[in-house]
Write a protein that binds this ligand. Structure first.
Ligand code: GDP
Ligand code: GDP
Length: 436
């Protein structure tokens, strides 16, 4: 699933966007709007010598009116949090500045590999200028020129070499999923019921049995799955591990490492506040989601009970409208055998890519059916839509003015996309961009 992430960090004007655009090539960089977060992050999917990675341009993080150094700090912090490898960019014109040192101090604290690149070294004569930058303490600087495309190959070689080894991003065909939910909803029971049968073959990985966080297994159909954070589920007992804070933290980490999240609800007890926090995070993280209602055996059933329960859950989790729901019992094993195929379907949709031509037909038809909104007599115009990313599927809509896109219209477009392509189980993201 997750590709390694590379971030370019540095004070303004050193050439971050230039380098970003060079590396991203003609692949469109996108601005990801996270509701409630005023920062924009620009991502691009890239490749070097057959290795895929995502690139973040932290220069795209706009922190509004914050003071200059604070902005730089924020950008560096995001890079440290999100990236596997950080490219620390400085400018070969003018030597080390206070702002460079400020960035360096923040990066010292990270445990991530940092590669120092000196930009604007446009010709060989300028190479002498790079020696000043040894003082920053990040080893040999790479001289590059963003505008002339010099030295980028060597830089990318170093970047790719610094990717964490354990993560075999390329060959990872397995579907990674995790179970989240508050204590006592039945996570361990479901895990044990799933893995404890002859239905699946659990792989033994040498040396990792004791602390295994992940459990790979294969279904009779040959589908490979990896259950994330099973140690966290199985090895329990300490008091703090049952505290809400801990379980939310653990859930967040498991979610980040998964393609698909099984959000477990306890039918017996119904929905609690804590359920909402956990589900909200999974939604925001952009993972595929299956809502699993467990302990279904405890419910006295009539013809309506399943439907009524579903309506109730849908009301409580309206933002998870895309997530399929399944009613199971870890105790009796009811419907558990359906879980792997459901996870697989959601994982497929989560990684789905649609053709731009078909997509644009859908959007054109949508606009014909329901004209775009106007604000102050200015009408939103949609020029072109394209899918720029998967996991989750992310669409960029090129428009005359992003301000004119109303929330409800965006929702309408999402519904139209969903009506034409099967994206069940996965959130999709729509981003408006002004056409230049
Ligand atoms: P950012 O603020 O770090 O994203 O920097 P930009 O990418 O916007 O670049 C700042 C300025 O430096 C722009 O005017 C670029 O054209 C210029 N620039 C970027 N890379 C190079 C380079 O390799 N050589 C020279 N001479 N100028 C560059
Ligand atoms: P976890 O904290 O989410 O891992 O929950 P556990 O798997 O430890 O289960 C909590 C309790 O619920 C245990 O006593 C289980 O036996 C019980 N339990 C789990 N699944 C079911 C189920 O499907 N039906 C019933 N009746 N009890 C269940």
């Amino acid at each position: 699933m997750a590709k390694p992430v590379v971030a370019i960090v540095g004070r303004p004007n050193v050439g971050k966007s230039t380098i970003f655009n060079r590396i991203a090539g003609d692949r469109i960089s996108i601005v990801e709007d996270t509701p409630g977060v005023t920062r924009d992050r620009i991502y691009a999917n890239s490749e070097w010598m057959g290795t895929q990675f995502s690139l973040i341009d932290t220069g795209g993080i706009d922190i509004g009116d914050e003071p200059f150094l604070k902005q730089i700090s924020e950008q560096a912090e995001v890079a440290i949090d999100e990236a596997d490898v950080i490219v620390f960019l400085v400018s070969g014109r003018g030597g080390v500045t206070d702002a460079d040192e400020h960035v360096a101090r923040i990066l010292y604290k990270s445990n991530k590999p940092v590669i120092l690149a000196v930009n604007k070294v446009d010709n060989p004569e300028m190479r002498v200028g790079i020696y000043d930058f040894y003082a920053l303490g990040f080893g040999d600087p790479f001289p590059i020129s963003g505008s002339h495309g010099i030295g980028l190959g060597d830089l990318l070689d170093a970047v790719v070499k610094a990717f964490p080894e354990s993560a075999n991003y390329e060959e990872d065909k397995t579907i990674r999923f995790s179970l989240i939910g508050r204590p006592n909803v039945g996570k361990s029971s479901i895990v044990n019921a799933l893995l404890g049968t002859d239905r699946v073959i659990v792989s033994d990985i040498a040396g990792t049995t004791r602390d295994a966080v992940d459990t790979p297994f294969t279904t009779p159909d040959g589908d490979e799955f990896t259950m994330v954070d099973t140690a966290g589920i199985r090895k329990r007992g300490k008091v703090y591990e049952n505290t809400e804070r801990y379980s939310v933290m653990r859930a967040m980490k498991a979610i980040d490492n998964s393609d698909v999240v099984l959000f477990i609800i306890n039918a017996e007890e119904g929905i609690r506040e804590q359920d909402k926090k956990v589900a909200g995070y999974a939604h925001q993280a952009g993972r595929g989601i299956v809502i699993v209602v467990n302990k279904w055996d405890t419910i006295k059933k009539d013809n309506h009970s399943l439907h009524d329960f579903e309506v109730h859950v849908r009301e409580e989790f309206q933002y998870l409208a895309y997530a399929p729901m399944i009613f199971v019992s870890a105790k009796t094993g009811q419907r558990l055998e359906k879980l792997p195929e459901l996870i697989k379907k959601v994982a497929t949709n989560h990684a789905k890519r649609v053709q731009s031509a078909t997509l644009n037909d859908v959007i054109v038809d949508a606009v014909a059916m329901n004209p775009t909104p106007t604000i102050n007599q200015r009408r939103l115009r949609i020029y072109y839509t394209t899918q720029v990313a998967i996991q989750p599927p992310t669409f960029v809509v090129f428009v005359n003015d992003p301000e004119l896109m109303h929330f409800s219209y965006e929702r309408f477009l999402e519904n139209q996309i969903r009506a034409h392509f099967d994206f069940s189980g996965t959130p999709i993201r729509i981003i408006e961009r002004k056409r230049k």
